[in-house]
Ligand binder design. Structure first.
Ligand code: SF4
Length: 282
């Protein structure tokens, strides 16, 4: 039997980098907090907790902490959160993904020049919350065609459009088209990160060829949910599992091909465990 493991399964560059920073701090023996769970994975958050890493869930919780290092996760946070951490005498370790940091820089500079900022993305997503918090003037978040159509401005300095890193590229292009027709002076920066799209494209290809497909990730991780949907469209025998314990495969011994992929917040050891199990048992 062939096992096709997706090359893009698991942590993307930004998440890997943030996790490394957490483990470096643990090794130094510092008291560590993360501002929000470092990734959407219960297993990882539990493991970090057992090593003394605590999660700060809100601004109020942050107000009560007076000692230690606060790590900012890859999604990033509004500027005021970094400032608050430092005002309280804590060390702020910014593990924001460099691709997100670039958006912070763009919106900060462009809004300081007096331009309107439009963020194409989901207003409720923490990354978008963070981006808004680096604009000098209130930003407008646009997710749908209706919202784009409704947008008007009388700002003579024009508009700067950026995107949430995980936004769909085709949808982004369509929305930008709507803005361009309005006749404003518009500068657009495509800030979409390809990691998500590459993972989805590879998952689809593997699922097409596989007789059984296994998608590994946290139940609450939206990018893993999306991967599962994509794989299910191509392979009816697709299983969504969080860890090896959830895998109840009853397969005939002669399955030709099992595909495996995993969401952006799934650690390597869980992926390897599943891969080894499949290799040994089928
Ligand atoms: Fe960075 Fe892209 Fe990963 Fe987001 S998906 S953390 S932008 S590498």
């Amino acid at each position: 039997m062939e096992i096709k493991l997706a090359k893009t399964a698991g942590f993307c560059f930004g998440v890997e980098r943030a996790m490394q920073q957490v483990y470096e701090q643990i090794a130094k023996g510092n008291k560590i907090y993360t501002y929000g769970p470092i990734i959407h994975n219960e297993e990882v958050v539990k493991d970090l907790k057992s090593r003394g890493v605590e999660v700060i869930h809100s601004d109020e919780e942050l107000s009560e902490i007076t000692e230690g290092t606060v790590i900012i996760r890859s999604h990033g946070v509004p500027k005021e959160i970094c400032e608050k951490i430092e005002r309280q005498g804590l060390t702020c370790l910014d593990a924001t993904c460099p691709f997100v940091k670039k958006i912070h820089r763009i919106v900060s500079e462009e809004s300081a020049k007096g331009r309107d900022i439009v963020i194409i993305g989901n207003d409720k997503h923490p990354e978008v919350e963070g981006i808004k918090g680096w604009c000098e003037t209130p930003a407008v978040v646009v997710e749908s065609e209706e919202e784009a159509e409704k947008y008007t401005t009388n700002n003579p300095k024009g508009v700067c459009i950026v995107s949430q890193t995980t936004f769909n590229y085709n949808k982004f292009k369509d929305l930008v088209e709507i803005f361009l027709k309005k006749g404003y002076s518009i500068s657009t920066v495509n800030t979409i990160c390809n990691a998500t799209e590459e993972r989805q494209t590879e998952a689809r290809e593997i699922a097409k060829a596989a007789d059984v497909m296994i998608v590994i990730g946290d139940r609450h991780s939206s990018n893993t949910g999306k991967l599962y949907e994509i794989c299910l469209q191509e392979c009816k025998n697709t299983h969504f599992i969080q860890t090896l314990d959830d895998l109840n495969l009853e397969l005939p011994k002669s399955i030709p091909c099992v595909g495996i992929t995993a969401g952006a917040s799934t650690p390597k050891n869980i992926i390897e465990e599943v891969q080894n199990y499949v290799r040994v048992n089928f």
